[in-house]
Design a binder for this molecule. Structure first.
Ligand SMILES: [Zn+2]
Length: 433
């Protein structure tokens, strides 16, 4: 369906499409080329590209403002993610974004609290690559209002720095081409047929059984884009020239999946609490999602070989939370698992709390036991802890998102610190012979 939004106060309820000249490809990777610099056109909202999400966009051409809600089908997860392009801007003019929480919900459930969808600062980009924060938004009744003054004719705006399956594929290709130790591959195909990129890093001649096993995955919840940037930062550090990174490559097999739920990440759906249950409630004997089946297969092979050493599942937490780990109650675990896990948390906290500019982190983990969720046994890090080796460290890391340093650089610094902590931890273990 195509809609051309040129009329004042036009309501968009589906993916909008700005009709561009034949040379302009509205694929979300390049800004609008219809408006020459300096030409004030009608503002248009474009959401026909990978990862985009917006609904009920109403454009006031006189006030140069756009009111909207996050899009997404609530049956495919919490509708808190939003991401779209605005064309027709006159460079230097003030654009106002008025955002409110989605009203869509599953059945007769209450809509999701607006706080999940309304960051203190919105994220925007003039080129789809460099993502910046707006100034703090202001609350007016049910609205969160952000003001921008872009120096360009077209911008992307989003809940946080987007990271789509295409971003993951391009990152893997780039890293695979530049590092002789990184192999870009595919974990599996999703239920909707999309490729799920997987990076495998190892260096040198050590055999598999002489190596530690490390599994890192992000985006079991599609809206939590920051976790993919953490995964990318992990991989970037891993292939770097840092001697600690080289040590880790030489002593371990490391697997990184930056986007698990590619289908919801590609279609702009939230993923969290998707029906029948989301990816991080799917780690059972019969997983519903292809990505979970495939990840479980590799992880199970590592467990059978006695080398499932570190399993990390990456997320973004609630709006008011700082960064922290989720863990199982220690009564459910045996030594040495508890001791190793607690040591790993200390090592990671030590690294992340030194990041500048600051990424706030709590050294007190939160518990995901029976009281947390009815499907707590099917949470990935719990499943791996309960089915892993005695020495397995299996954790969920939540990285703060509603914070001024929760940028691509901030998230990548968390990933680099986490990878360095994995090296610290494995350096304390007996080498595999
Ligand atoms: Zn999550």
């Amino acid at each position: 369906m195509k809609l051309l939004l040129t009329l004042s106060s036009m309501v968009v309820t589906t993916a909008a499409f700005a009709v561009n000249g034949a040379a302009c490809v509205a694929d979300g990777t390049r800004p609008n080329c219809r408006n020459e610099p300096g030409s004030a056109g009608p503002l248009t909202v474009v959401s026909d590209f990978e990862g985009a999400s917006v609904t009920d966009a109403v454009i006031d051409q006189n006030l140069r403002s756009i009111s909207f809600m996050p899009g997404g089908n609530p049956e495919r997860g919490w509708p808190c993610w939003w991401y779209f392009r605005i064309d027709g801007i006159s460079p230097g003019e003030q654009i106002t974004l008025k955002l409110k929480g989605a009203t869509a919900s599953v059945g007769n459930q209450k809509p999701l609290a607006a706080s999940w969808a309304t960051p203190k600062q919105a994220t925007w980009s003039a080129n789809g690559h460099t993502w910046l924060h707006t100034d703090d938004g202001n609350r007016h009744d049910e609205w969160m209002v952000y003001v921008l003054r872009p120096d360009t004719t077209s911008i992307f705006v989003a809940w946080g720095p987007p990271y789509t399956p295409r971003t993951a594929t391009m990152f893997m290709k780039a890293i695979g081409a530049t590092s002789p130790h990184a192999e870009a591959g595919e974990l599996c195909r999703s239920r909707e047929g999309r490729s799920v990129p997987l990076l495998h890093v190892r260096e040198g001649q050590r055999s598999a059984k002489q190596r530690f096993g490390v599994w890192v995955q992000a985006r079991q919840h599609a809206w939590e884009c920051g976790s993919s940037w953490v995964a990318q930062g992990f991989a970037e550090w891993l292939v770097s020239e840092d001697p600690d990174a080289a040590w880790l490559r030489q002593h371990a097999d490391i697997f990184v999946v930056p986007v698990m739920d590619v289908d919801n990440a590609a279609t702009g759906n939230g993923g969290k609490n998707a029906l029948p249950h989301d990816h991080n409630r799917d780690w059972s004997a019969n997983p519903h999602w292809n990505e979970v089946q495939a990840a479980q297969r590799v992880v199970s092979e590592l467990i059978e070989a006695g080398r499932m050493d570190v399993f990390l599942d990456l997320h973004n937490p609630a709006p008011g939370d700082s960064s922290f780990f989720y863990v199982l109650p220690q009564e459910l675990l045996q030594e040495p698992m508890v001791r190793l896990r607690n040591r790993f948390i200390d090592l990671t906290y030590n690294r992340i709390s030194r990041i500048k500019p600051l990424i706030p982190m709590s050294n007190k983990p939160k518990i995901t036991g029976a009281g947390y969720h009815p499907l707590w046994r099917q949470i990935s890090s719990n499943w791996v802890a309960m089915n892993g080796n005695p020495h397995t460290v299996s954790l969920c890391l939540e990285t703060i998102w509603n914070y001024t340093n929760s940028t691509t650089d901030g998230y990548r610094a968390v990933g680099a610190s986490l990878a360095a902590a994995v090296r610290d931890h494995l350096g304390e273990q007996t080498a595999r012979e």
